[in-house]
Design a protein around this ligand. Structure first.
Ligand SMILES: Nc1ncnc2c1ncn2[C@@H]1O[C@H](COP(=O)(O)OP(=O)(O)OP(=O)(O)O)[C@@H](O)[C@H]1O
Length: 258
């Protein structure tokens, strides 16, 4: 079995009196694409943000590459953070910067990088994310939703991460755009040896991309496993999710064949 590169144990997160996670355990294995699903508000995005250290848990540990994220500070924490890239919902781009400049932002942290090298690296990532050359000089307001997501992906790839976190990458895309994005995720994983933590509601993405699925419910990861294993789970929400009409459509037709 592959090594766990993320291990979340006994995680508790809460905002005021609202407990989002309680006793949550989760693993991400090296090289896999893990789909994280769950009803609205079950804490998928909060889990992503907690793993990357943007949200402070009340209890539990998050270990990435064997290191306790919460216990690291300063240069050690920055070095760990350079090993992952995050694509937030909607791309979370700086509106006053062009696409290339957005992708250059993480590269600014690399010491002694000549401006033309930084620019060239940013352009390479823009192209790897499947954007045309002329997208480099565009501002986020000039981009379609799908292009914004690709620009966000390019920025997440800027520092050659080993782990890619994707928050609802296909939300709001048309079926053809979403299918292309699914294929891009798999191609990038294969080409760059990435491990991918992918928050999604998209059943087609689960079928097309994910090696394993983790279901968030009842404040924890209720079950995790392959799609075949999910289909055997008889918890009411899990059963409805994986056997409902949309699930049947995703299983029998798939977006690519629509
Ligand atoms: N900064 C915050 N302050 C207070 N509450 C928050 C904060 N961030 C998230 N929450 C709450 O935590 C819960 C989980 O939010 P989260 O965005 O993780 O859900 P989700 O599973 O990603 O939902 P969706 O599928 O709708 O995007 C929600 O009830 C949300 O309102």
């Amino acid at each position: 079995m592959s090594e766990n590169i993320i291990e979340v144990r006994g995680l508790r997160t809460q905002f005021g009196r609202h407990v989002v996670h309680d006793g949550l355990d989760l693993d991400l294995r090296r090289g896999e694409i893990l789909g994280v699903v769950g009803g609205s508000g079950t804490g998928k995005s909060v889990l992503l943000r907690t793993i990357v250290g943007l949200n402070q848990p009340r209890a539990g540990t998050v270990r990435v590459f064997g290191q306790d994220v919460g216990a690291l500070a300063g240069p050690a924490r920055e070095a760990l953070e350079r090993r992952w890239g995050v694509m937030f919902q909607g791309g979370a781009l700086f509106s006053s910067l062009t696409v290339r400049e957005n992708v250059e932002v993480p590269l600014n942290a690399v010491p002694d990088l000549a401006p033309e090298v930084r620019q060239g690296l940013a352009e390479l990532k823009v192209s790897m994310a499947g954007l045309p050359w002329n997208a480099n000089d565009k501002y986020p307001s000039d981009l379609s939703g799908g292009m914004k997501k690709r620009a966000g992906l390019a920025r997440a790839l800027a520092l050659d991460p080993e782990i890619l976190f994707l928050d609802e990458p296909t939300a709001g895309l048309d079926p053809i755009g979403a299918d292309a994005f699914d294929r891009l995720i798999v191609e990038l994983r294969d080409a760059l040896n990435l491990s991918v933590f992918l928050v999604t509601h998209d059943l087609d993405t689960l079928h097309a991309c994910c090696d394993r699925i983790a279901v968030l419910a009842e404040k924890k990861v209720l079950v995790s496993g392959t799609m075949a294993e999910m289909l055997q789970v008889d918890h009411p929400w899990v059963h409805e999710y994986f056997h409902g009409p949309r699930a049947r459509a995703a299983m029998t037709t798939g977006r690519a064949k629509e």
